[in-house]
Design a protein around this ligand. Sequence first.
Ligand code: NAI
Ligand code: MG
Length: 332
Amino acid sequence: MKLAVVEGDGIGKEVIPAAIEVLDALSLPIEKVPVELGYGKWEKTGSAITYEDLDILKECDCILFGAITTPSDPSYKSVLLTIRKELDMYANIRPIKPIDGIRGVTGRNDFNLVIVRENTEGMYSGIEEIHEDVAYTKRVITRKGSTRIAEYACKLAKNRQNRVEIVHKSNVLKSDRLFLDVCRQTASSQHVEYHDTLVDSMAYNLIVHPNRYDVIVTTNLFGDILSDMAAALVGGLGLVPSANIGKKHAFFEPVHGSAPDIAGKGIANPIAAVLSMKMMLEWYELTDEAIIVQDAIEYVINQNSVTPDLGGKSTTPEVGQAIADRVRQLID
Ligand code: NAI
Ligand code: MG
């Protein structure tokens, strides 16, 4: 097993070492390949990611990734978009599941949903035209892209409640008519129940009735926004992991960004990164190890060894260490 480890920028440099400490506690035969990417590298070398970096990433089975700062400089090409496209990781999976011992803004924990976000096209097509007084971004929806994300969502749904919620804005965006039609046809042919909701209505319903949903499938930008919003349901961005899955490669990262407002202070919550590493264990089909990591996280939360965003006083390394220690106890 060969794992590329990308800390990236800001708190990525703090939460990934914590996640690696927990991984190391499992003593698995995983070769770790550190890869430097991101804004820091761009400042030093003029390039945030090179073809050589991409080759190294492609040689690894998967990637554990922290976060990257994206400056407003138009010459800076998004590293994340480059990796997702080059490695064709088309499905972005964002589970929104309450963690024992923590309540989000609504105070409820009677839900367990997963957002399946199309990851390679939509509003993030990268096809843009910027002039002085007008700027265009082309929203690209293809039958192929919509079919494979719908198939992925249906596959997930079959192991859950066998239903998908298709989120779109087809009343205004004609491109979403194609997305909606393809998702409906795919679900129908796979015998998965389906229902659809407009994205603005979904933003409301997700907060007020999160228990109505199981698998949500949507386009790139809507999935990006809804998943940050849904993080509030489970206690914040410091808790939500994600997986980017393709046919050959996979890439695991917390949903949050590089958080420059708290970077370097040692207070970033590493749990989203540790949970992303746990999703990686599941992808490797190391199910027992994934359960141990989940148990260890819940134990540490119940001990209140948590960072300030969860009302605790612990530092990032202390939380990582506490989870790793618990993992070792559970293995013994
Ligand atoms: P952000 O997710 O970095 O931060 C939003 C807020 O949540 C901040 O107040 C931050 O302190 C807090 N937060 C985030 N993660 C946390 C954690 N683990 N523990 C405690 N608090 C946490 O989003 P923001 O500020 O909009 O973006 C900052 C930079 O990150 C930008 O350059 C943006 O482009 C980039 N970004 C990168 C992503 C990635 O690499 N996957 C995803 C989102 C943003
Ligand atoms: Mg985002």
